[in-house]
Structures are given as structure tokens and as C-alpha cells.
Design a binder for this molecule. Sequence first.
Ligand code: C2E
Ligand code: CA
Ligand code: CA
Ligand code: CA
Length: 274
Amino acid sequence: AKEAGRARMTCYETAMDAHREERNALELDLRRAIEMEELVVVYQPLVDASSCEMTGVEALVRWNRPGHGPISPETFIPVAETSGLIEALGLFVLRKACEAARQWPDLRVAVNVSPGQFRNPAFADYVRNVLNSTEIEAGRVTLEITEGYIIQNPERTRQSIERLKALGVKVALDDFGSGFSSIGYLRQFGFDRIKIDRSLTMNVLEDGRAREMLRATVALARSLDIPVTAEGIEIEEQGRALQNFGCDELQGYFYGKPMPEAEISKRLAVQNAA
Ligand code: C2E
Ligand code: CA
Ligand code: CA
Ligand code: CA
């Protein structure tokens, strides 16, 4: 039995080593990808709920890892977070998105911000530099923050949000409904918009409980004058239901998948010609 125990232990340690090696290799590749600007930014349409016109885009990072193919940001963002790479990565995406947005003067541009960036007191200075060098109006830029960090550090969050809002940029609460926070609590932070997580919106048609939660959530946000975006809309009826609940903005594959900059420009040309 002792022998078997030792064998199990060794096997476990081997698996740990393999995992650690893969993680290190990933980190090394990611570091190089950021330095060599191998990361790509794609843009997903944000549409007005009543007209279905594109009024903005969300910037989403993509990485085609050499020898491995495309890797999801859900995999490499956490690696960037724990290896000190997130600031460079985040800044790259912000700069690309603001540069791209210069061609789309009528669109808002939303950019995701990781806790690792947000936590840094100098983050607002980085944002100001990007705004200055790209000459984009601050009011067109929305920074999306997830609720996880906010709950851990309410006071620092408040300060960071204040600094960002002083620059004129908008701040949105992302992935709302995926955790435990309430809008009432979050109101104190001065969010300009709430984005309802796909885990809630995907069930709006089938699940009565999800539907009632959505209805109540959107109603509460509206009573506080906070506009609401519903994300993850894959079929028309979901979008219609959420519009009826009071969402003013919709996002999801039904309205457009994340796409290269040039595709957004094409869509915009068609839209403006109509
Ligand atoms: P998120 O910010 O909640 O972004 C929405 C995600 O849902 C995107 O996945 C988008 O492609 C996907 N999505 C949009 N509409 C639909 C739909 O109708 N159905 C389904 N099934 N999915 C939909 P993506 O691009 O893989 O990004 C995943 C997450 O990675 C993002 O979630 C965000 O948290 C993070 N992320 C992506 N880009 C960045 C970035 O530049 N910086 C940071 N910090 N995080 C990023
Ligand atoms: Ca987002
Ligand atoms: Ca989201
Ligand atoms: Ca999400």
C-alpha cells in the first residue's frame, strides 16, 4: 500500500510538472506575442435595441499562438494577469481600439479592463496618454470592469472609477448577474452602464425564473437611470424579450460576431447609405 501511495504521488507530481511547464511555455509565448504585436483586436457590434443600428463596438483580443492555433482569451488573460503581462496587453488593446475608433466617429468603443490594470493607481494616466495620442473624444470610450474585484476592494474601486470618470471616459459594469452583487450596492460606484451576462440572457426564453430575474434587474437599473446592455443574444426573440424589459442596447451573435476592423467599416458604410 505504501508503494502504491508513492507511485500515486509521483504520478501526481509528474502531472503538476507537466502543467507547470505548459504554463511557463504559454507565458513565454504570450510575452513574445505582446512584444512582437502578434495579438489582434476584433470588434463586436453593439446595437440600439429599437432600431438595431450599430451604435458601438466592443474590442476583444485574439491570439493565434504559433504552433497551437487560436487560443481563447479566457485561457490567456488569466495567465497575463498572474505573470505581470496584463498591463502591456491591456494597453495594446486600448491603443488599437482607440486608433480604430478614429475611423468610426459615430461609434462608441468599449474596452475590457482587468483587475490587474484597474488596481494600478497609474492606470488613469495610461488612459489619458492613449486618449491624447489618438485624439479620440473621451466620451466615446467605455471601460468595462467585472464585479469580482469591486467586491474585494470597494474603496479602491471607487477611487479608480472617479479618476477615470474625471477623464471623461465611461465606465460599465460587465458580466452583471454572473456573481452575487446587487445593483443597489453597485449604484454607489457611479457606473454609466450595466452589461447583463450571457449566463442570464441565454435562458430568457425557456426559464421563467431567469426571465423574472432579468425583468426585475433591468427595471431596477432603469429606476436608477443606469442604461442596460444585454449580451449573448443569439436569436431574435431573446433580443425582443430583453428590449421589452427595457434594455436599450443589445449584443450577441444574432447582431454580429466579433470581426476585423475592416468588416465594421463595411457594415457602417452600408448602414450610413441606408
Ligand atoms: P466578455 O467581456 O464578457 O466578452 C463577451 C464574450 O462573449 C466574448 O468572448 C464574445 O465573443 C462572446 N460572445 C458575444 N456574443 C455572444 C453570443 O451571442 N454567444 C456566445 N456564445 N458568445 C458570445 P471572447 O472574445 O472569447 O472573450 C471572452 C472574455 O475574455 C471576455 O468576456 C473578457 O472577459 C475577456 N477578454 C477578451 N478580450 C479582452 C481584453 O482585451 N482584455 C481583457 N482584460 N479581457 C478580455
Ligand atoms: Ca466585456
Ligand atoms: Ca461580458
Ligand atoms: Ca463574460
